[in-house]
Design a protein around this ligand. Structure first.
Ligand SMILES: [Zn+2]
Length: 65
């Protein structure tokens, strides 16, 4: 799927919770970002927060999903 970015995560700017970008419904890069921030729902805050979009850290072990 073009534009899908599996190597990205979003981090809540309030509580620092991170989750996969695909897990929050973000599947397109370019349309939704504002300086690498995007509004989104934080399941930890239970509120809309600005989420920092950033590269996932490379895992030490390659786990095949
Ligand atoms: Zn949060």
């Amino acid at each position: 799927m073009k534009g899908y970015a599996p190597g990205w995560q979003v981090r809540c700017t309030k509580c620092q919770r991170t989750r996969s970008a695909s897990g929050v419904g973000i599947v397109r890069v370019g349309a939704w970002t504002w300086k690498n921030f995007t509004p989104g729902w934080c399941s930890s805050c239970q509120w809309l927060r600005f989420l920092a979009v950033e590269r996932k850290p490379v895992p030490a072990q390659s786990a095949s999903a």
